[in-house]
Design a protein around this ligand. Structure first.
Ligand code: ADP
Ligand code: MG
Length: 322
């Protein structure tokens, strides 16, 4: 099983940022309203995430580090979520197989927290520990036992940049969750729970938010909402183009094309607008079969998606430009 976990880790965990994404997504799945992220040396040396979510029962703590122990499928709704988001029940097991990982967790009703330590695929016995309700995942020396993988890592500052990108995307997708990010004990940002536009200001800068328009359009149960740069702020950077499908960051040619076409139609020039757009649709209308580290999706009705995005933005831009 250790080998299987390492192979699975090789597929999904290429660098600290991938591990960080899996861990933060678990915190979000556990309904945390506060997530604290501490990184050392770009997350290579250490990566610690603490949340105030539901926590894990004492008996379930060892299971959380085993493959396919996912607890996330109990209703049909969950199954659809799993289908669309690709919960695989192997994130923590994979990370644990290529690091020294300590999991400490406590549910709201537990008298104390429970802790377990994993190294090189071996689990320690669980022991009681002190921790507020919630969970801490502490990953030390990622890839210490997979030197080939370790060699592929870039400098700590590059790995940190990847981690920061992951945190920024997750923070934009979940403005109602408070995030704190520190690197080498230096505070990078502290974000309280806030509105989407406040979160956009925190991540993208007030220049963007001040020069943005609100979009919110629903057609046939498919919703597009978010902020788009005004015509005067339509020469942004591709790094300021965020598309979320059912709250997951994606890169999508169809949506991007529809956005550019909407600007072009009103302003008659090819632009690189900054935007943060959320497309929300039935999970069954998004193709499931995507690799967890990839950010592409496939829509069952891509034409309807294109039309919604074009129509919503075009309307908004035309009204401003009139
Ligand atoms: P998955 O997320 O696909 O279920 P993971 O390996 O990422 O698989 O996590 C395994 C299990 O550990 C989760 O299903 C969940 O029950 C538990 N878990 C992990 N992290 C947390 C957390 N931060 N809060 C509560 N439970 C967690
Ligand atoms: Mg997970």
């Amino acid at each position: 099983d250790h080998l299987i976990n390492q192979i699975a880790a090789g597929e999904v965990i290429e660098r600290p940022a991938n591990a960080l994404k899996e861990i933060i997504e678990n915190s979000l799945d556990a309904d945390a309203s506060y997530i604290d992220i501490q990184l050392e040396a770009g997350g290579i040396k250490r990566l610690t995430v603490t949340d105030n979510g539901q926590g894990i029962n004492e008996t379930d703590v060892p299971l959380a580090l085993q493959r396919h122990a996912t607890s996330k499928i109990s209703t049909l709704d969950d199954l659809e979520k799993v289908v669309s988001m690709g919960f695989r029940g192997e994130g923590l097991a994979s990370i644990a197989s290529v690091s020294r990982l300590t999991l400490t967790s406590r549910t709201a009703i537990a008298a104390h927290a429970t802790q377990i330590f994993a190294e090189d695929g071996k689990l320690s016995p669980v022991k009681p520990a002190a921790h507020a309700p919630g969970t801490t995942v502490d990953v030390v020396e990622l890839f210490f036992n997979t030197p080939a993988r370790r060699q592929f890592l870039k400098s700590p500052s590059t790995e940190f940049a990847h981690c920061r990108t992951i945190v920024e995307r997750l923070a934009l997708a979940h403005p109602n969750v408070a995030f704190e990010l520190q690197h080498n004990s230096k505070n990078i940002f502290t974000l309280p729970a806030q509105s989407l536009s406040e979160r956009c200001t925190a991540i993208m800068g007030v220049d963007f938010t001040a020069a943005s328009l609100n979009v919110d359009e629903t057609i046939n149960g498919m919703r597009l909402n978010g902020l788009i740069g005004k015509p005067t702020f339509a020469q942004g950077k591709t790094s300021q183009q965020y598309i979320f499908v059912n709250q997951r960051f994606v890169r999508d040619k169809i949506i991007l094309h529809a956005v550019k076409q909407a600007y072009n139609d009103v302003l008659h020039q090819a632009l690189t607008p900054a935007f943060v757009l959320f497309l929300t649709l039935s999970p069954t209308d998004v193709d499931a079969n995507v690799h967890p580290t990839k950010t592409e999706v496939r829509f069952r009705q891509s034409q309807a998606v294109h039309q919604l995005v074009f129509h919503a933005l075009n309307k908004c831009l035309a009204a401003t430009n009139a």
